[in-house]
Design a protein around this ligand. Sequence first.
Ligand SMILES: Nc1ncnc2c1ncn2[C@@H]1O[C@H](COP(=O)(O)OP(=O)(O)OP(=O)(O)O)[C@@H](O)[C@H]1O
Ligand SMILES: [Mg+2]
Length: 502
Amino acid sequence: MQINFKELSLKNFKSHQDLTVNFGEVTKITGDNAKGKSSIFEAITWLLYGIDTVGSKLDPTPITYEHDETLVSLLLNVDGKELLLGRELNANKAKYYINEVPSKATEFNEILGELFEKVLFMSLFNPDYFFTLKWTEQREMILQYVTAPSNKEVLKVLPEAQSNKLADLIKKHSLDDLEKLHKDNKNKKNKEHIAAQSRTKTLKEQLEDYEHLVPLPSLRTELNIFKKKRDEAEKVIEESWENNSEINKLQSQIKRLMYERDHMQEHWKILKNEEIEDHCRTCKQPLKDDSVKAVEEDKQNRMADFKEQYNQVVTQRKELEEELKSLEYIDVSEQQAIARENQEKINPLEVEINKHNQLESIQEMIKEAEKTEGEVLQSLNESIFILDSIKDFRAKEAELQAEKVQALLTTLSINLFDELKNGEIKPTFEIEMDGKGYKKLSLSESIRAGLELREVLSEQSNIIAPVFVDNAESITKFKEPSGQLIISRVVANKELKIEEGS
Ligand SMILES: Nc1ncnc2c1ncn2[C@@H]1O[C@H](COP(=O)(O)OP(=O)(O)OP(=O)(O)O)[C@@H](O)[C@H]1O
Ligand SMILES: [Mg+2]
């Protein structure tokens, strides 16, 4: 984009009551002090943005003479298209004109904003302007127009291992996200690793309790001997159990039948001595013979039944006694003692054998814990490696970026990054000319520095715009800038003179 100024007209702008400036490729403004040279410079920035040449709000209302409205208009040519802009101020009321048509402030600003960015235009137009910005704005501006190195370019200059790792990872995540992910993982794995180490340690300490174990084969041999003895004894006890419990059963049955027999003998006495009544129990009259006989018969019958029952009890008992005689009680107390003795020897042996099992499971757990520890450590190291790689990537990226910017400059050097002690990269912005900071430069040096910088911005942004070099009498020569040059110089004892040339 090429911006050219054609004609500027001032009406009641500061000391200028009525002035027209026609611009050429070069426009020379001369005159003694206070003849209104800088006011021409200011008129342009005020018209466009309502500010002075370094960005402060400006009220150009004349204070030394009677006047009506203040009006500045500028005929511009942007890429071959003419545009006439006007700003008017009347009793603090602003008016705007686009191609002589009264317009709203918003329309005016919009049309301007679409053409070029305010800060960029100001930096191109006034070589001092850039240095009035905050360092962060200066830096942002430079970086905005100098394309950052691509990831590919940065990866190329990183060590191969880092480059390969990051190349893969940045397909999925941004560098910032990767950093967050691995910072998080590093913290987590760090804690997990400490926990895993202490688990392995605790388990290994437990091994001390199992240091002097009797070897398993000899324990097993001994155990088998005692188990065999115990089992043999228990077999005998088991086998005699049916026999002995049969004897017990018979004995208790016999005992019950003997008790029943004794009880029946008592009852027999009562039955036998039962008297036959020959008188009625109620009326006391003697019973008839028939009746007495019947009572007697009944008693005889009951006695016969009883006898039969009694004989049954006795026979049954005798049968059981016969059966009992055929059985012999087997004494197992000795076998029980053997079983008990051997069991007592088995118990501690089993405790010892169990220790071997516990040892085995502790060893298994140690193996598992060591495996986990190794895996956690691997993940931790991976994250540390990635974080370091990201740090190095950023440092290289900054280096390349700075190189790119530096390549555009001839007498200036720019520092865009500071490296902190921990290797991290911190943005900064310092401009030097021949090793001296901007603030240390003389007037002519600072003009030269400003011109060099605006040249870079012009080239990088592809905008060719006019530049105003005020107080140029202080500088003997400078490289001709791109765009129209408007140059003002003090010349003693001279009225204001404006010459256009090429
Ligand atoms: N609002 C104003 N109304 C009237 N005169 C003003 C106003 N503001 C500034 N002036 C005067 O206008 C005159 C021109 O100022 P200007 O800064 O343009 O001069 P200059 O030619 O750049 O001078 P120098 O060589 O000293 O830089 C000065 O006398 C200044 O005091
Ligand atoms: Mg001046």
